[in-house]
Design a protein around this ligand. Sequence first.
Ligand code: GLU
Length: 445
Amino acid sequence: MGAWVEDIHEEVVDRNPHEPEFHQAVGEVLACIGPVLERYPELVRYKVVQRLCEPDRQIMFRVPWQDDQGEFQINRGFRVEFNNALGPYKGGLRFHPSVYLGIVKFLGFEQIFKNSLTDLGIGGGKGGSDFDSKGKSEGEIMRFCQSYMTELYLHLGERTDVPAGDISVGPREIGYLFGQYKRITNRYETGVITGKDAAIGGTLGRVEATGYGCVYFIEEMLGARGQVVEGKTCTVSGSGNVAIYAIEKLQELGAKVVACSDSRGVIHDEQGIDVQLLKQIKEEKRARISEYAAALDRAQYTGSGNIWETPCDLALPCATQNELHETDANKLAENGCIAVAEGANMPTTPEAVQALGRAGVIFAPGKAANAGGVAVSALEMRQNAGREPWSFGAVDKALRATMKDIHRVCHTTAGEYGLADDYVYGANIAGFLKVSRAMVSQGLV
Ligand code: GLU
């Protein structure tokens, strides 16, 4: 079975050249499902794996817009509708200069299994653009979002494809996208996009969900080993909404977060990151974290620092893909780190995951640990469909319950396959099983 899986991977690499992140994401799933295919050989006959590796639909389009100087600008837009066996395509939009088809495909592929783990009836998709929001004015961002939606709306629908945010796409961008959708279609179809502001049908708790959810997962993971979050020293890479709310929840539970970062540098604050100050800088001023050290004497900013060199008990990579390498993993283990949980999508390289495993560091893959964001998006869809907003407390309670369930499923599934304590196997196998059953029951589509 190993060789068969390897052949599929080779085929994916051949058919999708120059998309290393997509190859990596597929490789990570394929490496785990051999035992499942042995147990359920019909999945081989139904070519479930090959079908999963080929997106249902890949949309690429031109996004023309005009900058503040009146100059015309052209970006590229993407939406990959990967698999809708479990429900409408669901997944965020990422605006970042690094975005190309391979990134969107890796994210869309991961989303299938992550969404499957939430058990909330959502398929997998992802989109975005190579648009760089940095340094753009409010007006430029709005015009870009309007132009992006002028194409994307053709492909959306509350039962078809429901995007949300990701890197550089938050409630502001979602609002502009929704406004344009409404204008073009003349439909106030709130369920067509999630991550909206509460004023236009967004759920309370969506901004916090990915970060909080990741910490709830860690709580479960430590709890299963008789440990608690309280008293732990943590490092959290990134300073976007995943990082900010992971820091907030960690500190609420009595941990101390001593470092966070952005793409330019690292902040160290031995007394614990002041999350209100961080929010002011990142959310209100949309500024760089170097301003944190400028505003607070006790903190240090290093322009070229590597956050993973900071000793900690818990490390949460919450920035972007492939940000934690093998050398970082070894350093973390050497410094006594007991657990790594991915708040971002695929931030840990496969070599680093292996190194953590060898060193006995518990590892929570993003598919499971960061599923809280999309889970709360699914709750937003539910509230929109019922025209019934929930309280923050109700959303948070449901998020906590979902993360608890995801942890349990990953843990028990890994155990059933004789791979106890391996959340990578647990998440991939459980996510794969659910979606493949749904695919088989729907016939060859
Ligand atoms: N972009 C987020 C993720 O990586 C959330 C997607 C959503 O809310 O639909 O899961």
